[in-house]
Ligand binder design. Structure first.
Ligand SMILES: [Fe+2]
Ligand SMILES: [Fe+2]
Length: 278
């Protein structure tokens, strides 16, 4: 079984700084790396769906680079709106050889039974994302070259609506073009996003759209129309996507932190069923 850990939205700050008032995003990033290392079995690879840093500073990327270097499995990163392409590639490029030197940070990873297509949705200077004609062309050609092989697309900005107004106004523009391209390719098992700091699943473009939570602060679930995003210190988490030929892809949520257990399940004497096994 292939195991992919999806981490997202580290928002790492320089040494001695916190984010959003008092959120120690860098310590929470290190805890996320430790949580991946503690998994048994360990993931075959890790994808990071953007917002590696909070401000795109070299010092922040150095902390990201050092933390990710502890992971023994391949790690793939894409930028988010809090990243700066040049600084990201300058700081991570030596250890992350797949990163294109210049231009959009689009790349394909084909060594696993699930093909990873990683997309750059950053519109520099903006919080929303974009997917211009050049990126559309690249994706169309890349998907066409991989017909028949299960594929996960990784992109920071969700291209679908989620019904939370504060989130939806930060989504991907040019989303109709992206949806049309994905809809033509039945091999796409998932569109894996970040940006919204909350686990969300939707039906999208004939496949499944998924938003991973942040390893740091989360965004509150606020379904009242017209409200703005506020953050909340719900448990940080990451996603674990598994794939097997007889199963396809499943997506699990892995909270980061000690919540007690695991404990053996002892059935109550009044349980109405039979024990599944002795
Ligand atoms: Fe973020
Ligand atoms: Fe973001």
């Amino acid at each position: 079984m292939l195991i992919i850990a999806q981490l997202s939205d580290f928002h790492v700050r320089p040494r001695g700084s916190t984010g959003y008032g008092d959120v120690d995003t860098s310590a929470m990033f290190r805890a996320a790396v430790d949580a991946v290392l503690a998994m048994d079995p360990r993931p075959d690879c890790v994808v990071v769906s953007g917002d590696l840093t909070d401000c795109g500073l070299d010092e922040e990327y150095q902390i990201v680079a050092d933390g990710l270097a502890k992971l023994p499995m391949p790690v793939f990163v894409i930028p988010g709106n809090h990243d700066r392409r040049e600084q990201l590639v300058r700081s991570l490029g030596s250890r992350h050889a797949y990163l294109p030197r210049g231009g959009f940070i689009n790349f394909v990873e084909d060594r696993f039974p699930v093909r990873l297509i990683c997309l750059d949705s950053v519109e520099a200077g903006e919080t929303y994302g974009s997917f211009c004609a050049a990126r559309q062309r690249w994706l169309r050609e890349t998907l066409a070259a991989g017909r028949g092989k299960p594929t996960a697309i990784v992109i920071h900005h969700p291209p679908f609506l989620v019904g939370v107004d504060g989130m939806d106004e930060l989504r991907l523009t040019d989303a109709a073009a992206l949806e049309a391209i994905i809809r033509e390719h039945r091999q796409v098992e998932r569109v894996l996003c970040g940006h919204y700091h909350r686990a969300i699943t939707v039906r999208y473009a004939g496949t499944v759209g998924y938003v991973a939570p942040s390893t740091a602060h989360q965004v509150a679930l606020d379904l009242r129309p017209g409200t703005s995003n506020r953050f909340v210190m719900e448990p940080p988490a990451f996603a674990v996507h598994t794939w097997r030929p007889d199963m396809g892809m499943t997506s699990h949520l892995m909270p980061i932190g000690d919540y007690g257990g695991p404990f053996d399940i002892v059935l109550a004497g009044d349980y109405p069923g039979r024990a599944a096994h002795a």
